[in-house]
Design a protein around this ligand. Structure first.
Ligand code: APR
Length: 250
């Protein structure tokens, strides 16, 4: 793998623009459970479609609120890991567009700026009917969704639920970043959820080098130029340190 790392470091060092797509795997070493992993204990009896859909919220807003509040509490409790920090550092060394499917806000907390959050952010809230922003500091201390002062509808987490469309502006910027980059790093995503799963293919079609970092192979693996098998929190710091050294020599 070391030969491949060297090659990837070179691609990154000379790339004019880099796009990174991340998924749940990048937050694994921070201790954030995936959606399904989180459905244990008290929550094991519920169906994800009930907890993460507009219909489920309409039927039982308090239940959905408390499920997301518990996850927001978890996300607030953990810290960004060396993988998040390495990507923030890469953003200081090179022009990087960072696209994430994660809703935990850890990239921003590690210092990455302008993160394109395809699936929203669990720490943000908006009202159900009109989407009015509703800042709520500690949702886990609130038992029922608060009422929007502007329109009277209920607060919900600002995340994308089953059956909902992704925010058009974010998706357009993600598409553009994928089509314009010279190198794309795909980190910790199973590549099963659309439309995020298509972004690496757009990058590849427009001639970018495609690199995947994941301990396990995915449907994308056979299409990439380099596959670096391992945890993001180990591989990313190693790669970015290499880029930094190479740039320092130039
Ligand atoms: N480092 C890098 N990758 C890892 C690590 C790690 N330490 N540990 C696990 N992985 C990989 C797994 O091998 C898997 O391929 O991370 C991937 C996680 O896959 P998913 O749980 O399917 O997460 P993701 O691809 O982000 O899911 C996309 O689906 O659940 C919905 O909306 C949710 O945004 C999420 C979307």
């Amino acid at each position: 793998m070391e030969d491949q790392v060297e090659q990837v470091v070179q691609w990154l060092a000379v790339a004019r623009t880099i796009t990174v797509l991340t998924g749940a795997g990048v937050s694994k070493e921070s201790g954030i459970p995936t959606f399904r992993d989180a459905m244990e204990g008290l929550w094991a009896e519920f169906d994800p479609q009930v907890l993460a859909s507009p219909e489920g919220f309409r039927r039982n807003p308090g239940l959905v609120w408390r499920w997301y509040a518990a996850r927001a509490n978890q996300a607030g409790d953990v810290s960004p890991n060396p993988g998040h920090h390495a990507l923030a550092r890469l953003g200081e060394l090179k022009p990087v567009s960072l696209i994430t499917q994660n809703v935990d806000g850890l990239h921003q907390r590690a210092g990455s700026r302008e993160v394109l959050e395809l699936h929203g952010n669990i720490l943000r809230h908006r009202c159900f009917d009109q989407g009015h922003p509703m800042p709520i500091e500690r949702p886990w201390e609130v038992e029922e969704p608060p009422v929007c002062p502007q329109c009277g509808s209920l607060a919900r987490p600002d995340v994308i639920w089953f059956g909902e469309l992704l925010p058009v502006d974010v998706l357009e910027r993600a598409l553009q970043a994928s089509q314009e980059c010279h190198v794309m790093l795909v980190v910790g995503t199973s590549g099963l959820v659309q439309p995020a799963a298509s972004l690496p293919h757009y990058a590849r079609e427009t001639g970018a080098h495609l690199i995947e970092i994941n301990p396990d192979r995915t449907p994308l693996t056979r299409h990439v130029d380099a596959y670096l098998s391992g945890p993001a929190a180990t591989v990313l710091p190693h790669l970015v340190a290499g880029v930094e050294q190479l740039l320092a020599k130039q």
